[in-house]
Design a protein around this ligand. Structure first.
Ligand code: KIV
Ligand code: ZN
Length: 390
């Protein structure tokens, strides 16, 4: 059975770039946008054009450059925002305006000092106005994660009638549990009239470390777009990580979903974004962290050397990592030492290995990691007869 394609909406250049210290100049944004297009994302959220002249110019330049993906600009439910976004997107092959408003009681009361009916009116007016410029209009119900489902369904129904093509259901504060977020999407899927005319989109934040799980729960329950960023960068604890959701769908064929992403470019893209933004990737980050395919304990190393699949569920080559690494530490066993010694030029017999291993342990206890140079030194200064090493 052919898999259903889930659209990947990348917001590295908008939600990701909002992070303090991650600001990019126009040239850097263009290089990243081009890479995202080659990576195979379906939508690039290029920025928030009304926010500054620089952002306007970047969105305009990205709209001119991008060949395949839809280029999207964010707005508030404010006429001038929408007009300026439409202007910035006018050169895009396929433009999308992303407009919206807060729908939770907290946003309605504290941000807008308004009421539910007035919020629906503003939402409809924004979508209708955006439709005068572009065909593809995405509506976001900010703080949908904490919005009452019945009211959220009313909002969605009204904006679909006004022409919204995509309904973004953001868990803006990263509060929802996966069951709860999945149930929200299911409720909308089953209760919003006209829902078959629009795509439900997951936009999850990672305040409780649940952004990826929530996005997958959303897709399982009827969403067909995930909004995410490279390396999961974004406001506060970040957004859903693109590489994680893509690889979850690849590694779990029973889910029956896939994306158009060329996963072999994931590692390089992660490095590129990390370097350009000056935002280091944590070493234990899933898929793209420096340790994602590194094995350091003796039991694991022995298994991986015998067969990679004993401790790896992803072939590193599938995400563009050249090979798994066997890192030597004081927790490593003989198999790992023999393996790395062979790589650096020493084929040890079992007796030689026993000798060198004792030296290795003494040395490793004083170090965090034993590198190739250290192996040379340990073997060269050991008592074994080097002539006999092949
Ligand atoms: O997190 C959020 O709610 C957002 C919207 C502006 C889409 O980023
Ligand atoms: Zn967001």
């Amino acid at each position: 059975m052919s898999k259903e394609i889930v659209q990947i909406f990348d917001t590295t250049l908008r939600d990701g770039e909002q992070v303090p210290g991650c600001k990019l100049d126009r040239e850097q944004k263009l290089v990243i946008a081009e890479r995202l297009d080659i990576l195979g994302v379906n939508v690039i959220e290029a920025g928030f054009p009304v926010s500054s002249p620089g952002d306007f110019q970047s969105v305009e330049a990205i709209a001119k450059l991008v060949k395949n993906a839809t280029v999207c600009g964010l707005t508030r439910a404010v006429k001038n925002d929408i007009k300026i976004a439409a202007d910035a997107l006018k050169y895009a092959k396929t433009p999308r305006i992303h407009t919206g408003i807060g729908t939770s009681d907290s946003h309605i009361k504290f941000k807008f000092n308004s009421n539910r009916d007035a919020i629906i009116e503003r939402a409809v007016a924004a979508v209708s106005y955006a439709k005068t410029f572009v065909e593809d209009v995405e509506f976001y119900a900010e703080d949908a994660g904490r919005t009452d489902n019945e009211f959220l369904a009313r909002v969605c129904e009204a904006v679909i009638k006004a022409g919204a093509t995509v309904l973004n259901i953001p868990d803006t504060t990263g509060y929802c549990l996966p069951d709860e977020y999945g149930a929200k999407i299911k409720y909308l899927h089953e209760n919003v009239k006209g829902i078959h005319n629009a795509i439900l989109s997951c936009h999850c934040h990672n305040d409780l470390g649940l952004a990826t799980a929530n996005s997958i729960a959303g897709v399982v329950n009827g969403a067909r777009q995930i909004e995410c960023t490279i390396n999961g960068i974004g406001e506060r604890a970040g957004n859903t990580s693109l590489e994680e959701v893509v690889m979850i769908m690849r590694q779990h064929p029973n889910l029956n979903f896939d994306t158009t992403i060329n996963s072999k470019l994931l590692y390089d893209t992660s490095l590129m974004v990390s370097r350009k933004m000056g935002m280091m990737v944590q070493p234990n980050k899933a898929i793209v962290g420096a340790n994602a395919f590194a094995h350091s304990s003796g039991i694991h190393q022995d298994g991986v050397i015998k067969n990679r699949e004993t401790y790896e569920i992803i072939d590193p080559a599938d995400v563009g990592v050249t090979e798994s690494s066997i890192v030597l530490t004081a927790r490593s066993g003989r198999a790992a030492l023999a393996y790395r010694a062979k790589i650096v030029g020493y084929e040890l017999t079992k007796i030689q290995l026993d000798d060198v291993y004792q030296e290795f342990l003494r040395y490793a206890d004083t170090k965090k990691e034993v590198k190739d140079d250290d192996i040379h030194q340990i073997i060269e200064t050991s008592n074994i007869d080097l002539q006999s090493i092949s």
